[in-house]
Design a protein around this ligand. Structure first.
Ligand code: KG4
Ligand code: ZN
Length: 341
């Protein structure tokens, strides 16, 4: 029985997982307190974790019908994320670990976004390409074993996919966070009306950055287009922009699966809620005879279950707990499923 604790950004998440069974989870978010600033304010997020942790822990236990004495091991997010926010979750986890005498694993939040799919769709494929897309990450990973053998193939050189959507949402005058709003507006537009550029898709860049992404040039192109065309059809702008981001993500994910001889692509992160991503990836992967697994939207955004899920894989692999003195790793390597000795 693994207790998972998430506190990398604005969500305080606690969940209980046994193997690949999710027994109970609870999430509190401080997003409402950040909205008026148009971005996450780290100090506000840290304080909110402090206030939310105990009530969220109680709620998760209550939903699972369990008590702390039923827990066998604790997993907490050790990174990547905001140092202050991580520190609150790690400190809480260490307190529980010491007082209950339980092993503690400081795990990788990003890898948790992929591990969580097992809770919905059953044991993970033996080998797969992981596409993680969120407000903070856009990465392609080759997962040979999610606990012990992860290879980072590439990632964004500038903005993450969700971040690009949030920034373009602001340019379009949509509320923060803009991702879901841009997605909705894009569905009403013509995706071929405005030919926005694709980052790293041509010439030397294409070769050198086979599995990397770049979305900041695209964002600048959208900004220029809106300035030059004040009467622009905003749905067409959203649709053209969304198509560019999703064309890059899906083309490179499928290319990676083909090149690395993987039969599966697993997608995770808040951006996995994007409707065009799901549609286009399905279309392209099917054409290449590759299967796609995407957790349901409620498991894509940050939560404690993703942390418990990767914790369960690490414990299941028989790996030792993290050293007692580990601390937050704001830019933790994506090739590390957890902090080992
Ligand atoms: O994984 P997540 O909850 O938090 C991070 O770790 O970043 O992802 C949140 C990000 C935000 O940028 C949000 O705008 C974006 O995911 N997002 C979407 C959609 N739903 C959430 N972006 C595009 N389309 C969506 N439907
Ligand atoms: Zn995340």
């Amino acid at each position: 029985m693994i207790l998972g604790i998430e506190s990398t950004c604005d969500e305080t998440g606690v969940a209980l997982v046994r193997g690949i069974d999710l027994l109970g989870d609870a999430v509190a978010t401080s997003m409402d307190e950040h909205v008026r600033y148009g971005g996450i304010i780290p100090e506000i997020a840290s304080r909110a974790h402090l206030e939310s942790f105990l009530p969220t822990l109680d709620l998760a236990l209550e939903r699972a019908g369990l008590e702390l004495k039923d827990v066998d091991a604790i997993a907490c997010a050790a990174g990547p994320g905001l140092v202050g926010s991580l520190t609150v979750g790690i400190t809480a986890a260490k307190g529980l670990s010491l007082s209950l005498g339980l092993p503690l694993y400081g795990v990788n939040h990003v890898i948790g976004h992929l591990a969580i799919d097992a809770l919905e769709h059953g044991p993970l494929p033996d080998r797969f390409i992981g596409l993680v897309a969120s407000g903070g990450h856009s990465n392609l990973l080759l997962i040979n074993n999610i606990a012990t053998d992860i290879v980072e193939l590439g990632g964004t050189l500038d903005d993450a996919a969700g971040e690009a959507f949030d920034k373009v949402g602001r340019l379009l005058g949509l509320p923060y966070p803009g991702g879901p709003h841009v997605d909705r507006l894009a569905r009403e537009g013509d995706k071929a009306a405005i030919p926005f550029p694709r980052g790293l898709a041509a010439g030397k860049d294409k070769e050198r950055h086979k599995y990397d992404f770049s979305f900041s040039g695209l964002k600048t192109a959208v900004n220029r287009y809106l300035k030059a065309n004040p009467e622009a059809n905003l749905a067409d702008v959203a649709a053209g922009f969304s198509e560019s981001v999703n064309d890059s993500l899906t083309a490179k994910a499928v290319a990676a699966a083909v090149a690395k001889d993987c039969e599966w692509i697993v997608v995770g992160g808040g951006f996995a809620a994007n409707s065009r991503l799901r549609e286009l990836l399905d279309e392209r992967a099917t054409a290449a005879d590759i299967g796609v697994r995407i957790p349901p939207t409620k498991l894509c955004t940050d939560n404690g279950a993703q942390i418990a899920a990767i914790g369960a894989q690490i414990v299941g692999a028989g790996l030792p707990p993290s050293p007692a003195n580990f601390g937050p790793k704001s830019s933790m390597s994506l090739e590390q499923s957890y902090l080992a000795e």
